[in-house]
Structure formats: structure tokens, C-alpha cells
Design a protein around this ligand. Structure first.
Ligand code: ZN
Length: 101
């Protein structure tokens, strides 16, 4: 679970989900305790990006075997829920914005 770099508070799962969905345009996450802005670390953004790619995995399955499209969509929805639920465990905060390259 992410820890605030300013006040060292551990964010709860629920707080992290809420903050991630309310990401400001600048990519800042505002700490619910001290109100200071921070960013998702580069390492953690890469991990989350990889996790999100899992959602597309059923499409690959569809390419190899002919599976009912409803099953593929069902799988993708399930994977999406899993990714959202698991994301806070991969989120790490950084005080500065780290560019992707
Ligand atoms: Zn804080």
C-alpha cells in the first residue's frame, strides 16, 4: 500500500482507489492526511501498466481458439476488476514527478 512521502502515513486500500480515480490533470495524488500532492513512482507506473495489459489477454485467447465473444468479454471484465482491486498494492508514491523517459 502506498505511503505518503510527506507525513509517512500508510494509505488504506479504499483511499488509494479513491485517489487514483481522482487523479488531477497534473498527475498528482493528494494525500488525505496532510493534503500534499505526490506522484505515482515510475517503477510502480510500469508495474501497473503491465498489470493493465493482462486485461487484453482474453483477446489473444480469442485469436488462438474460437471462443464465444461473451466469454471473452466476461473474462476481460473479471480481469479489469482484479486489476483495479490489486492496483493499490503496486502503487508507490514519490515526491517528484518522474518522467517515463
Ligand atoms: Zn501525507
Amino acid at each position: 500500500m502506498p505511503t505518503c512521502t510527506h507525513c509517512q502515513t500508510n494509505w488504506t486500500w479504499k483511499q488509494t482507489i479513491k485517489k487514483t480515480f481522482k487523479l488531477t490533470l497534473s498527475g498528482k495524488l493528494i494525500c488525505p492526511v496532510c493534503g500534499k500532492g505526490q506522484y505515482i513512482s515510475l517503477k510502480s507506473r510500469k508495474k501497473i501498466g503491465f498489470l493493465n495489459m493482462l486485461i487484453l489477454l482474453p483477446l489473444l485467447l480469442n485469436a488462438i481458439a474460437s471462443v464465444n465473444p461473451l466469454i471473452i468479454i466476461g473474462f476481460m471484465v473479471l480481469l479489469f476488476c482484479f486489476c483495479v482491486a490489486y492496483m493499490p498494492f503496486l502503487t508507490e508514491l514519490s515526491a517528484e514527478e518522474e518522467p517515463l523517459w
